[in-house]
Design a protein around this ligand. Structure first.
Ligand code: SAM
Ligand code: GPP
Ligand code: MG
Length: 293
């Protein structure tokens, strides 16, 4: 084994105590999560996501809702849109070389990590509060024979086990609504070298609406999270040496995913809150790519 390869010590052999009672709640939430809308989509090609989709629905591929294989095609289409979302995030990571390390903060079951490794050939380190998720992600990495390059660990993204300046790029894909943004961006700024790239895709409430709408409050209650405003993101980045290079409003691009998902048998009950809050302007789906200066 070279010094750049990961060790074979099981990533979840030592699970640290949660940093707060809230983080304990979130760890338990994701340890027990097994919604078909996530597992059946991941089963399509082995990339398991816990984020939402973007892009237009391919109605030709979806076909007629009357035939018996429609549900299978619907699941494949929702999954394609979720992977398209991760592709757009990865597009904004720059061009990291194969000898660099990328960090996925709040990595879930690891779908985005695998995609980033497949794109760049680089090492990808993920952190999650959930030992079940880390075990799942590491099992997938072993099945793909990339366990020496892609690894998930159980730890707090506000206190990551990486050296100062170790990461060439880092990201949060729908995981920043579980933490204080000042603390989060201070930690990303620490692990990123100068010139490094940070990317987030997130749902945020729109300051132009005034305050979080009832739909945003419903999403918070559903996931036990705390959605921040767009203003908080930009302010906390500015305070922590992260300078936005692109801010992309993906709200219109995510609505077709939600409208399609709302027609499926895999609905979870949260679809109406997303659709209504995106439509009434109180909530936005945003990508922010920033340079670490
Ligand atoms: C909605 S999932 C997103 C998963 C993944 N980014 C994806 O796109 O599939 C949220 C993730 O954030 C993680 N998370 C929340 N708070 C965290 C914290 N303080 N430290 C590390 N991970 C955290 C959860 O464990 C979970 O894996
Ligand atoms: C955009 C916002 C506010 C996201 C909140 C974080 C979150 C729970 C994302 C999706 O996870 P999931 O894929 O497990 O959820 P679901 O089961 O609804 O697909
Ligand atoms: Mg999902």
């Amino acid at each position: 084994m070279t010094s750049t390869e990961h060790t074979t010590v099981p990533a979840t052999a030592f699970v640290p105590a949660p940093a707060s009672p809230y983080q304990g709640d979130i760890a338990r939430y994701w340890d027990h999560e097994a919604r078909p809308v996530n597992l059946r989509l991941g089963d399509v090609d082995g990339l398991y996501h816990h984020h939402y989709g973007i892009g237009d629905v391919d109605h030709a591929a979806l076909g007629d809702s009357g035939d018996s294989a429609y549900e299978k095609r619907l699941i494949a289409e929702l999954h394609r849109l979720e992977s398209a979302q991760a592709d757009v995030l990865i597009d904004h990571l720059g061009s990291p070389g194969s000898d660099t390390t990328l960090v996925d903060a709040g990595c879930g079951r690891g779908g985005s990590m695998v995609m980033a490794h497949q794109r760049f050939g680089c090492r990808v380190e993920g952190v999650t509060l959930s030992s079940k998720q880390a075990d799942f992600a590491n099992r997938r990495a072993r099945e793909l024979r990339i366990e020496d390059r892609v690894r998930a660990r159980v730890c707090n993204m506000l206190d990551m086990p990486f050296d100062t300046g170790q990461a060439s790029a880092s990201w949060n894909n729908e995981s920043s609504m579980y933490v204080d943004l000042q603390d989060l961006f201070a930690e990303h700024a620490r692990i990123l070298g100068t010139g490094g790239r940070y990317v987030t895709i997130t749902g945020c409430w729109n300051p132009r609406y005034g305050q979080p709408s009832k739909w945003v409050s419903q999403i918070n209650a559903h996931f036990e999270c705390n959605i921040h405003s767009r203003r908080e993101y930009l302010r906390a980045m500015a305070d922590n040496r992260l300078v936005p290079q692109s801010v992309v409003d993906l709200t219109a691009a995510t609505l077709p995913y939600w409208e399609l998902r709302a027609t499926s048998s895999l609905v979870t009950g949260i679809e109406e809150a997303f659709i209504n809050s995106y439509r009434d302007g109180s909530f936005q789906y945003l990508l922010i790519a920033a340079d670490r200066v």
